[in-house]
Design a protein around this ligand. Sequence first.
Ligand code: PLP
Length: 456
Amino acid sequence: MHDIDIDLVEMTLDVVKYAINRITKTNPELGKPKSEQELRSLVGETITANGIGGENAFNLFKEVLIKATVPIDHPRHLAFVPASPTRAAIMFDLVTSASSIHGAYWMEGAGGIYAENEAMRWLVSLTGLPEKAFGVFTSGGTAANLSGMVTARENWRKVPENKNKKGLIITSSGAHSSIKAMAKVIDADIVLVPSNNVMSKEDLQKAIAALSIAERERLFAVVATGGTTNAGIIDDLKGISEVCKQENLWFHVDAAYGGGALAADSVRHLFQGIENADSITIDPHKWLFSPYDCGAIIYKNPELAKEAHAQEGSYLDIFKDEGAQGFNPSDYQIQLTRRVRGLPLWFSLATHGTDKYKSAVEKGISLANLASKIIQENPIVELVREPSLSCVLFRRKGWTATEYRDWTYKNHREGFALVTPTKWKTGNDYETVSRFCFINPDTTEEDIRAILKTME
Ligand SMILES: *Cc1c(COP(=O)(O)O)cnc(C)c1O
């Protein structure tokens, strides 16, 4: 559709001006949600037979809609896993959209896919996987985990007696919710290894030994976590990989959040064993400073992923013809049509160099250590556990769950900070505690002190 009746140049300038403003702003306003009803009364009808015009729509976005969102890159947004896309990556996200590249097949997207693959090669090099290993960018960790699990399951089902069996996966209770959700999608059962901490080699051995014979025959994969979302805990990847090898099980490492820390020399040793994985999930949109959405699934043997994922269709045959040979991202994960979502990461890596990425990740880890030190010096709070990667769990002495919740809402309402409570299990009890997750290298010591001050 051609936008013949709008002033294209003017509109483009407006949009680019907005983008420049937003990209250079380091302390954006911390917005808060409004109810749907409120938004409706503020925004009114926008989809009409004749359109309301670009200027009107853009003004509504700038004056109402954007203010009802929380910028994920605010330096005092330390909840969930925040984000902090580089300016270079955000700029190139605009360029990626403007370039209209189809990222499914080499035949159409070769130049874009080539650049994505350069970024992927660096990502793969961080894992220490053997030479043939490779991966593809996905919409996020959930899609990456699903793609890895489908590959594992299809590989297992190549053995004729597994054809009609329902699969079974072992993971730890600290694993991300998407593992359980994606097990439902592939209709596999999950056995959760209870663990308040690291899933160890022995934990896994015990869990396997506790299976019935029929269950053991259905077990095809183990999912370890390379940095739990809640506490940054890294399972015993080396020990688990040894068990998987011995038991002939697919070894998937979910490092959606923690994977960025593979670039950090100070903690790289904690990931020992990840080089034995059959598949690894890493989210560049979490700790590798990419804009949403950008996940990645990496395979030790990409051919197995291709066997599981390549789609067949008469109108797709042309992509498999000789003249079109090249890397087809669609063959290695669940999505067909896709944007070249690795391009912003590529441009940013090419612009800054990998050393800058190393130091930006190290910054998150040192902010966690700094917060830990400040918490230990402050009598009203205490650490729940030593920080792990960039996660700090701490307690405001004497507070109930309601007080944590009210405190969160108050800071959010005032546009000051977004820091949310979480739960931590000690013995059999779940306790409500508070949590910092540091991603943004622009977060300062003053930010940390000011947030703790609001707990007084
Ligand atoms: C965030 C996260 C996921 C899910 O990733 P999305 O990009 O949100 O789909 C999966 N696993 C872990 C460990 C995560 O931290």
